[in-house]
Write a protein that binds this ligand. Structure first.
Ligand code: PLP
Length: 393
C-alpha cells in the first residue's frame, strides 16, 4: 500500500488544534496510535520484565517486539542496538565505554549539535586522546565531505564523529563516502542521525557507519532514542554492566537496567506507520521547502544558512536564515503576534557552528523546520506572515 500524505494529519491528535507546528526539528508530534499503545501498556501490562506469570510474559513479549522492530527498521541485528533516554544519553554511555590507546587521535566536527561533541571530549579526557577539529567554511559550502576530512586522517586517528544532517543547516552529508574515508585509516565512525531520521529511511549497513543514533521523539514517537553499534565496533567497548549480568549485546554493555518499557513497546507502531512512506514523504517535503526557499531566496536582505537549493538530495526541510536589520528573536516575536505559526530562534545547541563557523549574533538564526504532516497551505501562510513582519522592501 502506498503512503497517502493527505491522510497523514488525521493520525496525529495534536494536529487537530489551531497551531501550525514548525519546530519539528525540536520535536515532532506523536502518532495517535503511539499514544494509545502507551495507554494500553500502562493500563494492562506494566510489570517488571523477566517474570513468567501471564501479564509478565505479555510485557516481556511487547518489550522484545519493540527492540526487534527498532533493529529491523535501521537494518541492524537485535544485538547491535540499545534504546535509551535520549541520543545525548546514549552517546554519553558509549563515550564511557569505548577504549582507545592513550595518545590516539579523534576527529570532531564544528557543525554539530553539542550532543555529538561533549561525550567525545569527555572520552578524550578520560583516555588521554588528542582532539582534531573538522569543519567546512562558507566558501567550502558548509558541508562535511570525505574531501575536507581527508587532510586530517592519519594512522593515529581511531574515532571520527559527525552529523548526518545539521539541525541548523538542513544539509545532508554523504555519510557513506565519509565512512569509507574513515575506514581507510582503520578508525571508527559515529554519526548523529537525529535530524535525518524524521525525513528519510535509515539503513546503517548501507551507510557503512560503526555507530548511529537518533531520537524517536522527533520521528513521531515518544521520548526515547536508539543507538546502533556494529558487532565489530562493539569490540572497542568495555561493558559497563553489573558483574553478574551478560555482556554480549549492545544493550547488555550499555543498556543500564533496561529501557523505558512503555516507550520501547510503542516502536512497532511508529515503524508500521513509516513502512514504505519515505518516497512520498521526500516528495511532499520537497514541495514544502520549495515554497519557503523560493520566498527566502527572492529577498536580498535574507541570508539562508546552508544550502539554498530545494533539491531533496541536498537538504531536508529544516531551514535557517537571518534577516538584515531584524534579529531572529524579533522575527519570532512579531510572527507570534500575528499568527499561530510556531517556530523558533537561537543556536539550537549547535553553538560552535553558529559562533565559530557562521559568526552569528547571540540570537542566532530563525529556524523553520517542517515535516511531512505540514501542508503547502501552512507554508504559504507562513510566507504571508513573514512578508508582513519582515522589514518592508
Ligand atoms: C542534530 C541533533 N542531535 C542531537 C540532538 C539531541 O537529541 P536528544 O534530545 O535525544 O539528546 C538534537 C536535538 O535537538 C539534534 O537536533
Amino acid at each position: 500500500m502506498t503512503f497517502d500524505i493527505s491522510k497523514a494529519r488525521e493520525r496525529f491528535p495534536a494536529l487537530q488544534q489551531d497551531q501550525v507546528f514548525l519546530d519539528n526539528a525540536g520535536g515532532s508530534q506523536a502518532l495517535g496510535d503511539v499514544i494509545d499503545s502507551i495507554t494500553q501498556y500502562l493500563s494492562k501490562t506494566n510489570v517488571q520484565l523477566g517474570a513468567s506469570y501471564h501479564t509478565g510474559s505479555q510485557s516481556n513479549t511487547k518489550y522484545a517486539e519493540g527492540y526487534q522492530a527498532a533493529a529491523k527498521y535501521i537494518n541492524a541485528s537485535r544485538d547491535e542496538i540499545v534504546l535509551g533516554a535520549s541520543t545525548t544519553q546514549l552517546f554519553m554511555n558509549l563515550a564511557s565505554s569505548l577504549t582507545f590507546p592513550s595518545g590516539s587521535e579523534i576527529i570532531l566536527s564544528k557543525m554539530e549539535h553539542e550532543t555529538n561533541v561533549k561525550p567525545w571530549l569527555f572520552m578524550a579526557e578520560r583516555l588521554n586522546l588528542t582532539v582534531r577539529w573538522w569543519s567546512s567554511s562558507k566558501e567550502d559550502g558548509l558541508k562535511l565531505t570525505a574531501a575536507n576530512l581527508k587532510p586530517l586522517l592519519t594512522d593515529k586517528v581511531k574515532f571520527v564523529a559527525c552529523t548526518h544532517v545539521s539541525n541548523v543547516l538542513g544539509t545532508i552529508h554523504d555519510v557513506k563516502s565519509i565512512a569509507e574515508a574513515v575506514h581507510s585509516v582503520g578508525a571508527l565512525f559515529c554519526v548523529d542521525g537525529v535530524s535525518f531520521a524524521p525525513h528519510r529511511a535509515v539503513d546503517v549497513k548501507e551507510f557503512g557507519v560503526d555507530f548511529y543514533s537518533f531520537s524517536w521523539y522527533k520521528v513521531y514517537g515518544p521520548h526515547i532514542a536508539v543507538l546502533y553499534a556494529s558487532n565489530t565496533a562493539q569490540q572497542a567497548m568495555k561493558p559497563l554492566s553489573h558483574y553478574f549480568n551478560p555482556t554480549k549485546t549492545l544493550e547488555d554493555k550499555i543498556g543500564f537496567a533496561a529501557s523505558n518499557y512503555e516507550c520501547v513497546q510503542s516502536i512497532p507502531t511508529i515503524v508500521s506507520y513509516l513502512s514504505g512512506a519515505f518516497p512520498a514523504i521526500t516528495e511532499h517535503e520537497g514541495k514544502l521547502q520549495t515554497i519557503l526557499l523560493d520566498f527566502l531566496n527572492s529577498r536580498k536582505d535574507i541570508t539562508i544558512l546552508g544550502s539554498k537549493s530545494s533539491d531533496s538530495k541536498e537538504r531536508v526541510p529544516t531551514i535557517a536564515f537571518t534577516v538584515e536589520g531584524m534579529s531572529s528573536k524579533q522575527i519570532v516575536a512579531e510572527a507570534e503576534k500575528v499568527s499561530n505559526c510556531g517556530f523558533r530562534w537561537g543556536h539550537f545547541y549547535s553553538k560552535r557552528l553558529c559562533d565559530e563557523i557562521l559568526g552569528l549574533q547571540p540570537e542566532g538564526v530563525t529556524r523553520v523546520s517542517m515535516v511531512h504532516y505540514n501542508t503547502e497551505e501552512e507554508i504559504r501562510g507562513l510566507v504571508d506572515v513573514l512578508k508582513k513582519v519582515l522589514p518592508q522592501v
